[in-house]
Structure formats: C-alpha cells, structure tokens
Design a protein around this ligand. Structure first.
Ligand SMILES: NC(=O)c1ccc[n+]([C@@H]2O[C@H](COP(=O)([O-])OP(=O)(O)OC[C@H]3O[C@@H](n4cnc5c(N)ncnc54)[C@H](OP(=O)(O)O)[C@@H]3O)[C@@H](O)[C@H]2O)c1
Length: 285
C-alpha cells in the first residue's frame, strides 16, 4: 500500500469551530529524544495528520523540532495543561510556554489534562476563552472528565467544549460517559486505545485479528473508529506506527458487537484514587 493511503480514508470529526479533527492521532506520552523523533517522523510520513502531546509529557520541544520539517497547517496539534496550572494566570502562562516549545503560534486543540477540584472550573475556562479570543488555541476541551464534570464545563464555558479525552478501549468502554458526550456533541478521544497492549490478550481480539489477517492493534483501533471514537495510539516502533494507520479494511457489525461485549470496566490508568501532591495536581494540604 502506498504511504498514507490508510490514513487518508479515515473519517474526521467536524468540531463546533468548523475545524476537522482526524479520527487517528499519534500519541506521544512517555516518548522522548531520538525514539520520539524517529517515530513521529514515521507517523507524519505515513500520513498521520494529528499529534497528541501535553506539557506533562515533557516532549514538546522535540515535537516542535520535528514539525519544522512539515507544513504546520497539515497537522492537527493538541496539547494539555497540567491540573496544577488551572488558575487563570497559570493556565495562560502554561499555554504560552507550550507554544514556545512547540515552535508554533497556535494549538488546534488545548485540553485541561485532569479535573482539579481545588481550582474553580469557571476560572480555568475563562482563561481558555482568553486564549481562544487571542487566537492561540482554535478549539478547547477537557480530559479525564466524568459526565458530571463535563456537564458543568459545558454550562460555564463561553467557548464550546469540543472534546473529552478519556481512557477508552475494549476492556474499559464507559458507555454512560460516551453516551453523554454524544448527547452534548463532545467528541470522545480514546487515550490508551490499546490499553497499553493489555487488550492484545483478549480472546475475541485475537480471534478477529486472525479472521481479518490484521494485527490485534489494527482490530482494536478499527473497532473504536467504527464506534465514532478518535484513537491516539502511541508507539516507539516505526513499524507499529505505520501498521496502526493501515486501517483500510471493513469489519462486519457482528464482529464489532463481539468487541462491544468485551467491556469489563477495567482501566489501565484512570483509577479513582489520586496522589494529589504529585506533579499532575500539585495540590498542597
Ligand atoms: N489524557 C490523558 O490523561 C492520557 C492518558 C493516557 C494516554 N493518553 C494519550 O493516549 C496515547 C496512547 O496511550 P498510551 O501511550 O498510554 O497507550 P496505548 O497507545 O494504549 O499503548 C501503547 C503501547 O502499545 C504498544 N503498541 C502500539 N502499537 C502496537 C502494535 N501495532 N503492535 C504491538 N504493540 C503496539 C506500544 O509499544 P511499542 O512502542 O513497542 O510499539 C506501547 O507499549 C498517549 O501517548 C497519550 O497521547 C492520554
């Protein structure tokens, strides 16, 4: 297959701004240095048009370097603000710092990385509105928000909450949250769409991979996209990066439903208890 063909046939989601959000993005958590450089180039060369990072990933500088070799307008670029930086001035400063590291004048999407119950959501979203008015962020959203938190965000935000990025994969499908996002025109982005490889052990994923002569990763990603979810697979392997974009095959409804039935409410990262003092939240007692 020619490079990029699989990607170009994938859907996009039209955001309230009119911007198109590609259903496949390249996740970059826990990647840095030359490994990130090489795999990100592989992704962009294979036709990925969407890259997901965060200030907390501490890799925006490398991503900015790589992007200088590509046309900025061809990439939908997302970053996120840490939960500890959600006060008005901190959020504005965090965004300006991310833009500087990424070597760009705007983000396509800026997300609140985690809710922070110790800081007013109205204040954070007011800062987001300022960034939007200044043209520094084209779309805004949240991540790891429950339906309850998302409902409040929609209520107090002047700018539409376009996206909720949440853990989502066959073993953690969160039907009520996903349904609430749909009802409120909030695009769901799947963080950890491969459950960090854990779902490759699923019996049905294995059977379908054999039946379709595809990798378990391809089957899981295709299923999620067919269910209207944006996927952000991460890989340090250029071969896996390219394979994860080759999704130009069809799965029949019965097989998609067989994966719907694998939900076991089993997260790989979004467990309820938090360390409120760590770098993500930075909430002192
Ligand atoms: N908003 C949030 O709080 C949040 C939380 C988690 C994740 N995310 C986003 O979602 C992205 C993805 O999540 P994730 O990085 O946690 O996990 P993931 O994408 O579910 O899984 C990554 C793992 O899968 C392996 N892998 C990828 N493609 C493969 C293939 N074709 N065959 C075999 N193994 C494969 C990778 O290993 P190799 O390197 O060996 O390929 C890596 O170990 C993140 O990078 C980040 O952008 C956001």
């Amino acid at each position: 297959m020619p490079e990029g063909v699989g990607v170009s046939t994938l859907p996009t989601h039209t955001l309230p701004s009119g911007d198109e959000l590609p259903a496949l993005g390249y996740g970059t958590w826990n990647l840095s240095g030359d490994a990130l450089r090489e795999s990100l180039r592989a992704a962009l060369d294979a036709g990925y048009a969407h890259v997901d990072t965060a200030e907390g990933y501490r890799n925006e500088g490398v991503i900015g370097d790589v992007l200088t070799d590509y046309d900025r307008e061809d990439v939908f670029l997302t970053s996120k603000v840490l939960a500890k930086n959600l006060s008005y001035e901190s959020l504005i400063g965090a965004c300006e710092d991310s833009l500087e590291r990424l070597g760009t004048e705007y983000l396509d999407l800026y997300l609140i990385h985690w809710p922070n119950p110790a800081i007013s959501l109205r204040e954070s979203l007011s800062a987001m509105a300022t960034l939007h008015d200044r043209g520094l962020v084209r779309n805004i959203g949240v991540s790891n928000f429950s339906a309850y938190q998302l409902s409040c965000a929609h209520h107090v935000s002047d700018v539409p909450i376009a996206v909720n990025q949440i853990e989502f994969h066959p073993w953690f499908q969160r039907p009520e949250l996903v349904e609430y996002c749909r009802e409120t025109d909030t695009v769901v982005e799947a963080a950890a769409p491969l459950a960090r490889t854990e779902v490759f052990d699923d019996e049905v994923v294995g059977k379908l991979a054999t039946a379709y002569d595809r990798s378990p990763a391809q089957v899981v990603l295709k299923w999620a996209i067919e269910r209207g979810i944006v996927v952000l697979p991460k890989s340090s392997s250029p071969e896996h990066v390219r394979g994860n974009a080759q999704l130009d095959f069809s799965m029949n409804e019965a097989d998609l439903q067989a994966l719907d039935e694998r939900d076991r409410n089993d997260p790989v990262y979004d467990a309820p208890a938090r360390d409120w003092t760590d770098d993500t939240y930075g909430i002192s007692r």
